[in-house]
Design a protein around this ligand. Structure first.
Ligand code: NAG
Ligand code: NAG
Ligand code: NAG
Ligand code: NAG
Ligand code: NAG
Length: 288
């Protein structure tokens, strides 16, 4: 198995599918009482949460720092509590299966691209719902057609990795994965950072608790590598405002050299997203 230290050309990846900027962070609006019940929609065997209203206020406190404005990338700490982590690991312990990649028509195991195990979480779990709601609140009001996909745990043992890819689905012209939260649940590992080869590493030491700052830490990889930190999250937008994918968010899960890493992906899907080349009024998917 050869792990590419330089990005191969556009390793598109469907399951990890894409974001519309230009939405102000009106999180108060999401906190208001018109938000409660979680209708569900099943499309292509995937279930989306549509948090129309919210049953309780999430009082979890965290700090947020903007790492990059273009693409928008933020560091959040702690995004998830130790109790929530323990719960998610417990309820999913028997649900991990080999992670697949989606290159075209069908998914397959490809050890040159991805070695990990995945467990998709159920929307029915109250802790999952709370974390989903936190992810939704964080993003502010993004229109009534943006939903949280079922969050997915990814477990990486020694040698586990995920080659460079984008999180959006490249072939779509209508509806796509607009944002990503990469949440680190278990970070008892060496290696396993999240590498963005096209980002520029900031000078100075201010970010060194969040990103790799030494040549040893960079391990020959280019750009910026976020270090797994238990409980923290990296959030990013996948698209430019015009619907064009942002090449800056090309990324990989670097190989775990020792220990284990468990990440939690929380992706938001916007049915209103249109590609920058889409016809004015494309065929659309139903929301309900
Ligand atoms: C949905 O699941 C069914 C049964 O597992 C399968 O036959 C079908 O191909 C799946 N459809 C898609 C779009 O993945
Ligand atoms: C794990 O899988 C079982 C059986 O498919 C399912 O009932 C359960 O809801 C899953 N657990 C989670 C946390 O999704
Ligand atoms: C969602 O928003 C669109 C456009 O802003 C509006 O036309 C539509 O009525 C809204 N739907 C619901 C269910 O609120
Ligand atoms: C970082 O330092 C290099 C070399 O000293 C300099 O060329 C570059 O402009 C600096 N970048 C930033 C963002 O300050
Ligand atoms: C969309 O915006 C990006 C970034 O500004 C730009 O590179 C791209 O050409 C735009 N797409 C179109 C179709 O204008």
């Amino acid at each position: 198995m050869v792990f590419l230290k330089y990005p191969s050309y556009l390793t598109y990846f469907f399951a990890a599918t894409a974001a519309i900027l230009g939405v102000s962070l009106l999180s108060d609006r999401l906190r208001s009482d018109h938000l409660m019940a979680i209708p569900r929609v099943v499309i292509d065997n995937l279930t989306w949460t549509r948090a129309i209203r919210q049953s309780s206020i999430d009082d979890h406190q965290y700090q947020v720092q903007i790492f990059s404005k273009d693409p928008l990338i933020m560091a959040i700490h702690p995004f998830i509590t130790n109790d929530e982590i323990a719960h998610l690991l417990h309820v999913s312990e028997n649900n991990f299966t080999t992670s697949l990649v989606y290159g075209g028509e069908e998914s397959r195991f490809d050890p040159n691209k991805r070695i990990s195990e995945s467990a998709i979480l159920s929307h029915d779990d109250p802790v999952v719902l709370r974390v989903e709601q936190r992810a939704k609140n964080f993003q502010g009001w993004r229109g009534n057609r943006t939903v949280i996909q079922r969050p997915t745990l990814q477990r990486y043992q020694v040698g586990g990795f995920f080659d460079y890819h984008y999180d959006w689905e490249p072939k779509r012209t209508s509806g796509n994965r607009i944002t990503t939260f990469m949440v680190y649940l278990v970070a008892d590992c060496e290696g396993g950072g999240t590498n963005f080869p096209y980002l520029t590493r900031p000078n100075g030491t201010e970010w060194c608790n969040i990103i790799e700052c030494t040549e040893d830490g960079m391990d020959g990889f280019q750009g910026v590598t976020f270090k797994p930190r238990t409980g923290s999250a990296i959030f990013w937008e996948n698209f430019y405002p015009n619907g064009s994918g942002h090449e800056g968010v090309y990324h990989a899960g670097l190989p775990v050299k020792s220990g284990v890493k468990v990440g939690l992906n929380i992706w938001s899907w916007d049915f209103s997203w249109r590609s920058d080349t889409a016809e004015a009024d494309n065929a659309d998917l139903p929301v309900n």
